[in-house]
Write a protein that binds this ligand. Structure first.
Ligand code: HAM
Length: 407
């Protein structure tokens, strides 16, 4: 038997319907903030991802040469593709650009629960606004999306300038290592990377600081202070509950300003459900230097976190018939479908009783068409949840079910 590739999944209808339901909820939520959907190719020129992050990132990607000898990668995320798309069309776009996306990404990782090689991200990019209101809006949208998807989570917000101000004079290599420790939340390792214990202690105190005054007492005045204070004040006005955390370093290399992450309460080790921040990428792709801010939500983790809660599914009608009613049943099924009702019919020539017991497994209503119904030009509509049965014209039966809509 041929197996699916490691780290990928198949989705059966129940699961896929639950995913579509969450996707729709999130689409509606993001639309309320004026963000509009974009889509980019699933594969890009490899360079798009190595330009900022270096060749090292190839290890973590599905990268290959196509038949024309071009270096190609399956997208590991959508920020770089969306910014490439923006740069290609930037001149005709009204700024700021508010875009969202929902798409699959590919990373060559060690698969485990909540970590896959093909996974889906729901994200936004706000391009061309460099203000505290822009930063706060992006964070507030992320909060709103996760809330509306039914996830319980903790949101942590920080700013890279705080940590940078404490390590800016160190060699770039050491700075990278410090960010690595912070990203893994391995604060113990800081003392190994930084022989200067005073500095490691300062960083630890910064990470543990609970309010802005305490944090600025550690860093001293920095040029970004007003921006950071404003962003936090606007988040409060958005009524977004968050926890200050200046230890957030973010794994990807492109962030420059505010950074934030959300952690789901009911997931195990892979509990980071959203990550994002302010960054600059447009100039790397041949455009003007453009401040941007965005995030991506791990959609598969949303689904695990949301659990078994079943989505509202469309009402289903099974049209069953005796041999005399078979042709009429096709017309009846068409009438239901034309009105938008999910309708199934027997394809295997089963007996009426076998059709009825099959219907009981899949449907909410059964429309029975036998000899009598054909003669009288009526159908018998049975509500499977109550057992109630009525003789109706096709029009009345359709109107009754359409009124119900979803179960
Ligand atoms: P990221 O933190 O690499 O950020 O990914 C965002 C989210 O995708 C993570 O928080 C996690 O929930 C989910 N995720 C990542 N890898 C996997 C995986 N292997 N399996 C399942 N879920 C995964 C970005 O990708 C940035 N582009 C976010 C961003 C947008 N920054 C600015 N704009």
């Amino acid at each position: 038997m041929i197996q699916k590739p490691r780290g990928t999944r198949d989705f059966f209808p129940d699961e896929l319907e639950a995913r579509r339901d969450s996707e729709e909820t999130m689409r509606r939520a993001v639309s309320r903030w004026g963000y509009r959907e974009v889509a980019t190719p699933e594969f890009e020129n490899l360079e798009l991802f190595t330009l900022r992050s270096g060749e090292g990132i190839i290890e973590e990607m599905y990268a290959f040469q196509d038949k024309g000898g071009r270096d190609i990668a399956l997208r590991p995320e959508l920020t770089a593709p969306v910014l490439r798309m923006y740069v290609n069309e930037a001149k005709v776009l009204n700024k700021p650009v508010r875009w969202f996306y929902f798409g699959d990404c590919f990373r060559y990782e060690r698969p485990q629960k909540g970590r896959y090689r093909q996974f889906w991200q729901f994200g936004i990019e706000l391009i061309g606004a460099d203000t505290s209101s822009a930063d706060a809006e992006v964070i507030a949208v992320g909060y709103d999306l996760l809330r509306s998807a039914g996830v319980r989570f903790e949101l942590r917000v920080g700013h890279l300038a705080m940590m940078k101000s404490l390590i800016v004079d160190l060699e770039v290599d050491i700075q990278k290592k410090v960010r690595g420790c912070l990203d893994k939340r391995d604060y113990g390792a800081l003392h190994e990377v930084l022989p200067d214990t005073g500095r490691a202690d300062q960083l630890t105190a910064l990470i543990e600081s609970k309010n802005l005054d305490d944090a600025f007492a550690i860093t001293g005045a920095i040029p970004e202070e007003e921006r950071i204070r404003e962003t936090f004040a606007i988040l409060d006005a958005h009524e977004v509950p968050y926890i200050q955390n200046f230890g957030i370093a973010r794994g990807l290399d492109y962030y420059t300003g505010c950074v934030f992450e959300a952690f789901a309460e009911n997931l195990g080790a892979e509990n980071q459900i959203m990550g994002g921040g302010g960054y600059r990428l447009a100039h790397l792709f041949g455009g003007e230097d453009t401040p941007s801010c965005g995030f991506a939500i791990g959609f598969d983790r949303v689904m695990v976190s949301r659990g078994e809660e079943s989505p509202r599914r469309p009402v289903t009608v099974a049209v069953v018939a005796t041999p005399e009613g078979r042709i009429d049943s096709i017309r009846v099924a068409s009438a239901f479908r034309k009105s938008g009702v999910r309708t199934i019919t027997d394809l295997l020539g089963k007996s009426l009783s076998a059709q009825l017991s099959q219907a009981a497994k899949h449907a909410d209503y059964v429309a029975v068409i036998g000899k009598r119904e054909v003669e009288e030009g009526m159908i018998t509509l049975r509500d499977l949840s109550t057992g109630e049965q009525k003789q109706l014209t096709i029009e009345d039966a359709v109107a009754g079910v359409v009124g119900i809509g979803v179960s």
